[in-house]
Design a binder for this molecule. Sequence first.
Ligand SMILES: NC(=O)c1ccc[n+]([C@@H]2O[C@H](COP(=O)([O-])OP(=O)(O)OC[C@H]3O[C@@H](n4cnc5c(N)ncnc54)[C@H](OP(=O)(O)O)[C@@H]3O)[C@@H](O)[C@H]2O)c1
Length: 312
Amino acid sequence: MTQPVQIGKTSVYSTPLGLGANAVSGHNLFPNLNDETGKEIVRTALTNGITLLDTAFAYGMGRSEELIGEVLKEFDRSKIVIATKAAHDPANSGSFNNTPEFLTRSVDEALKRLQTDYIDIFYIHFPDKTTPKNEAVSALQKLKEAGKINAIGVSNFSLAQIKEANLDGFVDIVEDEYSLIHREAENDLMPYLKENQISFVPYFPLASGLLTGKYESDVTFPPEDLRSKKPDFQGERFKEIIHHVDQLKLMAADYNTSVAALVLAWYIKNPFIDVVIPGAKRPEQVRNNIKALDVHLTDETYHQIDTLFRLT
Ligand SMILES: NC(=O)c1ccc[n+]([C@@H]2O[C@H](COP(=O)([O-])OP(=O)(O)OC[C@H]3O[C@@H](n4cnc5c(N)ncnc54)[C@H](OP(=O)(O)O)[C@@H]3O)[C@@H](O)[C@H]2O)c1
């Protein structure tokens, strides 16, 4: 039985594995997405015991939240942890806005799209250049006191911005890029969060599919796919990553599991990580990723994987 994870010091608890919902109608991020498949991805996660859904206004400019809102009606809302985010200001060409007025309005609008009366975790998606971060978070604290949100998060903030945001101790959770191939957060960010009882959610845990073991050689993506511009998918860097992932295949076979589930199990065992949110384009990917909850790595395997991915 998987132990629930407490978000910061709040009353919000989640499974250690959630669903990243940027491909649930994130048509501005990925081509060829389909609303029905998006809803089925969410259903598959919730039916198979996942409780946390990670979405954002920026995923389909509200469409991901709307589809999640539709699926939510089929389930017991009280058992689901909805995390959403805002910062892109549609009235200003999508530039980042952290003002108290904008954040307050964004929460109200997200509540409508999600067809719910509270949001479990609300993140400021990206920092803007001008709003003092503790003022932005104080606005969220007011919404927390009003019962509209239950936990306060920030995403894509530098450590200095997180410290500024947390001047009054109001930050409960941080979401930032981290994976076996992007480990910068280990240096200062993750220890700071642990010390301050702030939960950490890494995004791109599967390095956008690279850490699933499905790529053998060069791969190309259409220009409208985010990955077409990512350095991880190009040249020598791509080859080095694939070489290391090949070694994971042997370990995954020992555990009778997939590379994706093995990698996700590594994050779940990592004491600095609270919830892992792999994304998915198809329901079977969700089913595969959920198997990570049944993979219990030995300390030896955990350290082997850790060492293997100390990339140069
Ligand atoms: N806060 C932020 O600024 C921010 C930024 C980015 C992401 N996020 C969040 O983090 C979540 C995770 O990021 P992500 O979804 O972009 O990247 P990811 O979790 O690293 O990779 C997910 C992608 O890998 C492939 N995949 C997933 N499971 C697989 C499996 N079992 N076998 C083979 N392929 C599999 C799918 O793409 P293909 O089928 O196309 O290969 C899927 O869309 C997002 O959904 C979003 O909620 C947050």
